[in-house]
Design a protein around this ligand. Structure first.
Ligand code: PEP
Length: 230
């Protein structure tokens, strides 16, 4: 399984270093992609972990104050990048067009994009899940198939992120089956309140090939249990 650890905007330097030591001591056969705050990326020297960023700037290197370019990330060993996380879409008004530009920039520098998609509670209540997913997947239109196949797709219902609520497994599988039909080669992840208590249930999914973990990723102890169960 591919396990993506999204720290979001958490941990001060000493806390991060102590966490990183514990993470390196963990025993697991799962492939872990650590996505810490940007400021810690270059401190992550590990043969056990893959490195990911939580976002990427929408420009190449140059006169773009405050931005971080894909080429810079690649130069410090970043091989994955989350794009289109619902918190970016909501807090920074990121739309599908911008996300598509970021995906192109990442692929140019051979960084694997982890595209997050998912419906809000309202969209779910209105029976619009598939329509929303389809719209967000348009960010992949126009990409050469060879490149498109590399993108990891993370289904993250917005209402499940950080809330402790998760969909029924058959509901997750309905969405992932729909994505799988259109994108047969892409790795499919589930994200949204996955934890050590619900992993045995999530594990019954036919389509989940890995997880994007937010809250759980900050606790090495709970993460270890999760990894053993998944
Ligand atoms: C996330 O933010 O991508 C996420 C999955 O968070 P959590 O696990 O805390 O719901």
């Amino acid at each position: 399984m591919k396990i993506v650890l999204n720290h979001k905007c958490n941990l001060k330097k000493e806390e991060f270093l102590s966490y990183f030591r514990k993470l390196n001591e963990m025993k697991t056969n799962h492939e872990m992609v650590l996505c810490p705050s940007f400021i810690y990326l270059s401190m992550c020297d590990s043969s056990k972990l893959l490195l990911g960023s939580q976002d990427v700037g929408s420009y190449d290197c140059g006169a773009h104050t405050g931005d971080i370019a894909a080429a810079q990330l690649k130069s410090i060993g970043v091989d994955y990048a989350i794009v289109g996380h619902s918190e970016r879409r909501l807090n920074h008004n990121e739309d599908d067009g911008l996300i598509c530009e970021k995906i192109n920039l990442l692929l140019k520098d051979e960084i694997v994009p982890i595209l997050c998609i998912g419906e809000t509670k309202e969209e779910r209540a209105q029976g619009q899940i598939h329509r929303k997913i389809e719209r967000q997947l348009q960010a992949l239109n126009g990409l050469e198939q060879r490149k498109r196949d590399k993108i990891i797709i993370a289904y993250e219902p917005v209402w499940a992120i950080g809330t402790g609520e998760i969909p029924e497994v058959f509901e997750i599988d309905e969405v992932l089956a729909y994505i799988r039909e259109k994108y047969p080669k892409n790795i499919l992840l589930y994200g949204g309140s996955a934890n050590e208590k619900n992993i045995c249930n999530l594990k019954t999914s036919k389509y989940i090939e890995g997880y994007l973990l937010g809250g759980l990723s900050l606790s090495p102890e709970k993460l270890q249990i999760f990894l053993e169960l998944c």
